[in-house]
Each structure stands twice: as C-alpha cells, then as structure tokens.
Design a protein around this ligand. Structure first.
Ligand code: ADP
Ligand code: MG
Length: 200
C-alpha cells in the first residue's frame, strides 16, 4: 500500500482550521497539539520555511506573500502532502492551519490527499483581527504584519476563503473567535471530541 493509501484508509482525523489572519488559529492549534498530540501544519509556516531556505521557489513565494497574495496552489499542496506523509506512522491527527484559502485548494486537497473530517472556522471581526495582528507585529517579525498588508489580507480572506466555509457547511463548526482564548478552546475541544468518537 502506498503512503497515500495508508493515510486514506487510516482513521486519522484531518481538521482544517480556518479563519482570517489574526483570528487565533495558531494560538488554538498550539493548545490542541498539547491536548490531543495532533500534528500542526500551518501552510503559512511551511511556506515561510521554504522562504527561509533561500531557494528560488522561496524567493518567488516571498514576493507574493509580501503583496498579500495567495501563492500557487500546487506549491502549498505539495508542501502539505510531504509534511503529512512524513509523520504518518505516528500521527494521531492533523491540524491543517490556514488551508484551504480558496475553494479550489479544498478540492485539490480532498482529491490529492484525503477528505477532511472537520472544519473549524474562527469567526472574528475585522477590527479584532487587525488589533491582534498589530499587537503580534512587534514580536512576529513577519513582513506581512503591517497595517497596509493586513488590509489586503483581510480583503483576500473575505473574497477567497469565505466561499470555502459556504461549500463545506456539513463539516463546518463556527467558532466565535472574538472572545478569550479559554472560551475559544472550549468550543474547539467540544468539536474535536465529537469527531474523535466518530473517527474511531
Ligand atoms: P492566526 O494564526 O489566526 O493568524 P494567531 O494565533 O497568530 O492568529 O494570533 C494573532 C495574535 O492575536 C497573536 O499575537 C495572539 O497572541 C493574539 N491572540 C490570539 N488569540 C487571541 C484571543 N483569543 N484573544 C486575544 N488575543 C489573541
Ligand atoms: Mg497563524
């Protein structure tokens, strides 16, 4: 059996964690990793690792990220697939953070990798996300955590990513992400626990 077939026939839950920039995906994923031992894969982090490597691909990716644009679909999909298969033997679950960013990416993922089990959607006000990102800017060192790029990222999010939520309504759980981290975590674990019982 190929690794991909093994992944597909396993009952390992695949959770897409979606929400605008600064909605708290990374923060909650870190806590979910601690509680469930899931593997956290942030498409943004995988891309930034590629940029860090200094490769030609990384340079192209960086130019697009600084403009607040989405990078080509195949690039992200390949990085995700590699990372998932690398950890298949020990994986208890996958948190796919910030992906899919657009409907086509979701279709690619489910066709090329495996169907997702649950979509956690972090619903958050633009003002809240902007404030958090400006707060994060001081420590994140991220080229895209500045007021101008944040505005563009929010527009890209509303245009490209909200249709994803609309498409996967049966699998989506809407998390009220304007509140404090503990309350948000409670909402997340309630949904993950449910999926774990059905995935068994
Ligand atoms: P994302 O991964 O969705 O872009 P992060 O988890 O990196 O968002 O959070 C962005 C910033 O907001 C971080 O500085 C984080 O500390 C802060 N933050 C995250 N969740 C909350 C929350 N519930 N309340 C207040 N601040 C938060
Ligand atoms: Mg993040």
């Amino acid at each position: 059996m190929s690794d991909l077939e093994a992944l597909r026939s396993s009952k390992i839950p695949i959770v897409w964690v979606l929400g605008g920039p600064g909605s708290g995906k990374g923060t909650q994923c870190a806590r979910l990793v601690e509680k469930y031992g899931f593997q956290h894969l942030s498409s943004g982090d995988l891309l930034r690792d590629e940029v860090q490597s200094g490769s030609d691909k990384g340079k192209e990716i960086n130019e697009m990220m600084v403009k607040g644009m989405l990078v080509p679909r195949q690039v992200v999909l390949d990085l995700l697939k590699q990372a998932m298969l690398k950890n298949l033997a020990t994986a208890k679950g996958y948190l796919i953070d910030g992906y899919p960013r657009e409907v086509e990416q979701g279709e690619d993922f489910e066709k090329d990798i495996a169907p997702c089990s649950l979509v956690l959607y972090f619903d958050c006000k633009d003002e809240t996300m902007t404030q958090r990102l400006l707060g994060r800017a001081a420590s994140s060192g991220r080229a895209d955590d500045n007021e101008e790029t944040i505005k563009k990222r929010l527009v890209t999010f509303h245009n490209c990513s909200e249709p994803v939520i609309a498409k996967y309504t049966q699998k989506v759980v809407i998390i009220c992400a304007d509140t404090d981290p503990d309350t948000i975590f409670g909402q997340c674990t309630a949904s993950v626990d449910k999926v774990l019982t059905t995935c068994k």
